[in-house]
Design a protein around this ligand. Sequence first.
Ligand SMILES: [Zn+2]
Ligand SMILES: [Zn+2]
Length: 174
Amino acid sequence: MANQNQIRKSQSLGMNFSTADYRLKKMILFSLLERHHENICYRCDLPIRSVDDLSVEHKEPWLDVDASLFWDLDNIAFSHHKCNYAKTRTDTIARKTEYEARRNQGNGGTAWCRRHQRYLPVADFAKNASRWNGLQSECQECRAKNPSRQSKKLERTTGNDPATSALATLRSTN
Ligand SMILES: [Zn+2]
Ligand SMILES: [Zn+2]
C-alpha cells in the first residue's frame, strides 16, 4: 500500500512512483553499460542503442528450476526487446530461422567481432564450443584489451572500480 510520501512523489512526477523509480534505475544501468561498451545484445551481438530497447534477461530460466539462478549475475544477459521476445515464441523453427538471419555470418573465413563491430579473419578468434559458430564473440585482441567475465568478477570483489560495483548493485536489485 502506498504511503503519503509515495503518493506525493507520484503526484509530483505525474506517474506511479515505483514505475518512475524502476525507469530511472534502468536509465542508470543503460548509461553504465554504454560507458563500459557492454550495451551489446547477447542474442544478436549488435549494440543496443536506447534504454527502451534494453531487456534484462536470465540466460537459464530460474522459475520452477532454482531460485539461486535468479540472483546469479553470471546468468544475467542484456538483449534487444525484439531478440528477447523472439526467444519466448513457441514457434521454434521460425525462431531459429530468425536468429540465423540476424546473426552476422561472415563470408570467406571471417567472423563478427562484437567490440570492433566488424568482420575479422576467423584466425583472430579463440574457439568457444558453446557458441553457435564455435568461436568467441570478440576477437583475441579485444579479449586481451577488455577484462573477461572472470577478471571482472575479481574486480567486483576487490571493489576497485566504482562503476562496476554500482552496476553489480543495480543488477542485483532488479
Ligand atoms: Zn539483439
Ligand atoms: Zn575485436
